[in-house]
Every structure is written in structure tokens, then in C-alpha cells.
Design a protein around this ligand. Structure first.
Ligand code: EPS
Length: 397
């Protein structure tokens, strides 16, 4: 089983991750990890920080001659901005000049509950670790699982379907076409758009909406669509609550900063329709085998993969650091005041899509490892080949 942890403050010296359980013998390149980190830094609506950083992961262990060796992989991403924060974020020495304490919480942020929970007299430590900067470490970690999956023919990709009220029409036939070549082809197409959208009209509206809210000192959230192609039938299980793949996928998405909702397929739309318009009928087509004309289930039935493309959706709330202040109060004086601004993004939905891809990768990799077992790549890939052959034989008409 792949497990990973991250550590690091947003303005500390570095972010780190330790990834455990990746099988031995997976070919990994530095460029692939850094390319994913680069993707995470993009997107229209980002703030000043992304102009400072140029994220790269130093691999400190677990890889030899370009292949994983089954040992924990440790990754380090340096924060370039650290040099501007050495006094504020000093680890041991007391600052020469006093660092002002932050005592006004931002509504919607971790600020207030975090300060109270950990007993700080300053919100700064909460800001540092709750920041979405941490997702850089998660992207680096998730990329290792993503590479493993891709080598086995399983791809993950995403695009943005809504930013604020700029939402793509529900059905876009281009998506199915792109997915036929694998979810990474879809992601590549999305990457060509500054907001990672596929529909040009919606893209223009989204960019205009970001410009508009930026001018007003406001922020925007949106909706991300995640796809996983090449997943065989039968990963996950219905037999016990903690083996339900639906729950693991949604949990991974909700673990991303500012993601407040996630669904499998169009679950909330489906909830309002009769069953006959929701369930994907089986058709045995002579010469072709089993076919399904729809995929409203989002590729999961009974918390197991159906063999169709997995489709997940995630809702990101607007970022809670606003230039235009909201009503707040000062914890030092317990007097009402307006919230203070902390540098942030106007919209980070495009980047959150890249993060979503990365956090989903270990979940799918673990479901695959649970099904097939194995400690090294050749062992796993031959078991998967056999399993795919077995499935094909069953469903061949
Ligand atoms: C981010 C880095 C942060 C924020 C943003 C995402 O950098 P800084 O706080 O120095 O501007 O830009 O984090 C937040 C949205 C947040 O709420 O903290 C990054 O690397 O993605």
C-alpha cells in the first residue's frame, strides 16, 4: 500500500514528502515530477507567489538509476520565498526585531479554529501549514503513483468545467473523443487553456469573471472534472465500509485545501432523476462483447470500478483571503474590525485540478495493488495483463 506524508510551512525553507509502498522497478524521471509541479504553478488568477517560485523536487532516497527500489522515497521542494521570511519563520533563534502577531482571523479560513485549537497567540503558524502551498509536496508525491499507473495503461486527467458562474454546458462531445486516447490527452488539451477549460466561450467568460472579481478585491471558486481511463473492472469492494473505493476517492478530493464537495459522476443531478434515466444499461453486442451506451455512474458501481472511465467532480470554494475585507474581529482586543489581507490567489481552480489528479493517483494505485498484490513492477504488470485477459475472455461475445 502506498502511504505518504508531507511536511513544511508555506514560507519555511522547504516542503518535504515521504512516499512509502511504491513497488520496486518503476521507471521514474526527474523531468516528469518537475513537469507536474510546473503544471500546478499555472493558471489564470494566481497571485504573486507563483512568480517567485519555480518548484522542483529533489529526490533524496528510494530511486536508483532512474528506478524505484521499494524503499521510502523522500522528496524536497525548496521555497524560494523563504529568504524573505527568515525572521518571521525562524526555527530556533528569536528575531532581532519583533515579528508582529496576526490576531485578526479571515472568515472562511483555518485562522480562527486553528489558533484556538493549538493555543497560539498568533495566527501565523496556522496560515503557514493550512496554506495550499502544501499541495506542491502532494503533487510531487502523487506523481510517483501516477507514473506507476501510466506505465500500466491507467491515466488520470482533469479539466475545469466552471469558474464562478462561467460554467460549461453539461454535455461536451469533445470530452469523450479526448478520453478515447486516455485521460492525459484530455489534461493536455486543458493545459493549453489558461483556466484549463475545454470550451472556448466559457473560457472567455471565466477569464473576464476573474478579472472582474480581482478588480473588486474578491475571489472565485469553481468545479473540477477528473477522469481516470484504463481502469479494469473490479477494483475496490462493497464488502466492508473501509474498502469502498467511492469513499476513498471522495475523501482524497476533500483532503485538498478549499475543496468542499465531491461527487462520483453527476451524483447530485442523478439524485433528482428516476432510476431508468440514471443506470447504465448492459448491451451484449455480437462481435463486440459487453457495451454500455452511457456512463452516468461515473465508472463505479457497488464501490467497485465498472471498467468504464471513472469520472469524479470536485467543488472548490472561493479562496478566503480577500483584498476587500470582510467583517471580523481582533482576538487581542476582542473588538470588531475588518479582516486583513494575506497575499493569495484570486482563483486557484486550474491548479486545484492538477492537485486533484495527484491525490487520486495513490488511491487508484492502492486499489490496484489490493487486487493484484506484488512488490515489483514486472510482477504487478504481468498479473494485470492476466487479469485484463481474463476479463476480455468473459465478455467476448
Ligand atoms: C500557494 C502558495 C501561497 C498562496 C496560495 C497557494 O503562497 P503565499 O501565501 O506566499 O502567497 O499563494 O495559498 C493559499 C491559497 C492559501 O490560502 O494559503 C501555492 O503554492 O499554491
Amino acid at each position: 500500500m502506498i502511504r505518504y506524508f508531507t511536511a513544511g510551512e508555506s514560507h519555511g525553507p522547504a516542503l518535504t514528502a515521504i512516499v512509502e509502498g511504491l513497488p520496486a522497478g518503476v521507471t521514474v524521471s526527474q523531468q516528469e515530477i518537475d513537469a507536474q509541479l510546473q503544471r500546478r504553478q499555472q493558471g489564470y488568477g494566481r497571485g504573486g507567489r507563483m512568480k517567485i517560485e519555480s518548484d522542483k523536487a529533489e529526490v533524496l532516497s528510494g530511486i536508483r538509476f532512474g528506478k524505484t527500489i521499494g524503499s521510502p522515497i523522500s522528496l524536497l521542494i525548496r521555497n524560494r520565498d523563504w529568504e524573505n521570511w527568515t525572521a518571521t519563520m525562524a526555527r530556533f533563534e528569536n528575531p532581532v526585531t519583533e515579528v508582529p502577531k496576526i490576531t485578526i482571523p479571515r472568515p472562511g479560513h483555518a485562522d480562527l479554529a486553528g489558533k484556538i485549537k493549538y493555543g497560539f497567540d498568533d495566527i501565523r503558524p496556522v496560515i503557514e501549514r493550512s496554506s495550499a502551498r502544501e499541495t506542491a509536496a502532494r503533487v510531487a508525491a502523487g506523481t510517483l503513483a501516477r507514473i506507476f499507473l501510466r506505465t500500466l495503461g491507467i491515466e488520470i486527467g482533469s479539466y475545469v468545467s466552471a469558474i464562478g458562474s462561467a460554467a460549461e454546458p453539461a454535455h461536451n462531445p469533445e470530452i469523450e473523443k479526448l478520453l478515447r486516447d486516455g485521460a492525459e490527452t484530455l489534461a493536455l488539451k486543458a493545459d493549453a487553456s489558461p483556466v484549463r477549460m475545454l470550451d472556448n466561450t466559457t473560457e472567455h467568460s471565466a477569464i473576464a469573471a476573474i478579472d472582474d472579481v480581482k478588480q473588486q478585491g474578491d475571489t472565485l471558486g469553481g468545479v473540477i472534472e477528473i477522469f481516470i481511463t484504463g481502469v479494469p473492472m473490479g477494483l475496490g469492494s462493497y464488502v466492508q465500509h473501509d474498502r469502498r473505493l467511492d469513499a476513498d476517492l471522495v475523501s482524497a478530493l476533500l483532503s485538498i485545501q478549499a475543496i468542499k464537495g465531491a461527487e462520483i459522476g453527476r451524483a447530485f443531478d442523478n439524485a433528482c432523476k428516476p432510476g431508468s434515466r440514471v443506470h447504465d444499461e448492459f448491451h451484449l453486442v455480437p462481435g463486440k462483447g459487453l457495451e454500455r451506451k452511457t456512463n452516468r455512474s461515473g465508472g463505479l458501481e457497488g464501490s467497485m470500478t465498472s471498467g468504464q472511465t471513472i469520472h469524479l467532480r470536485a467543488a472548490m470554494k472561493p479562496i478566503s483571503s480577500l483584498v476587500s475585507p470582510l467583517h471580523s474581529f481582533d482576538l487581542a482586543t476582542m473588538q470588531p474590525t475588518l479582516s486583513r489581507f494575506e497575499r493569495s490567489d484570486t482563483c486557484a481552480v486550474p491548479a486545484a485540478g492538477v492537485v486533484a489528479e495527484a491525490v487520486i493517483a495513490p488511491v487508484i494505485a492502492n486499489a490496484l495493488l489490493e487486487k493484484l498484490g506484488g512488490d515489483h513492477f514486472e510482477e504487478i504488470s504481468s498479473r494485470l495483463r492476466n487479469y485484463r485477459r481474463y476479463l476480455q475472455e468473459i465478455f467476448q461475445a
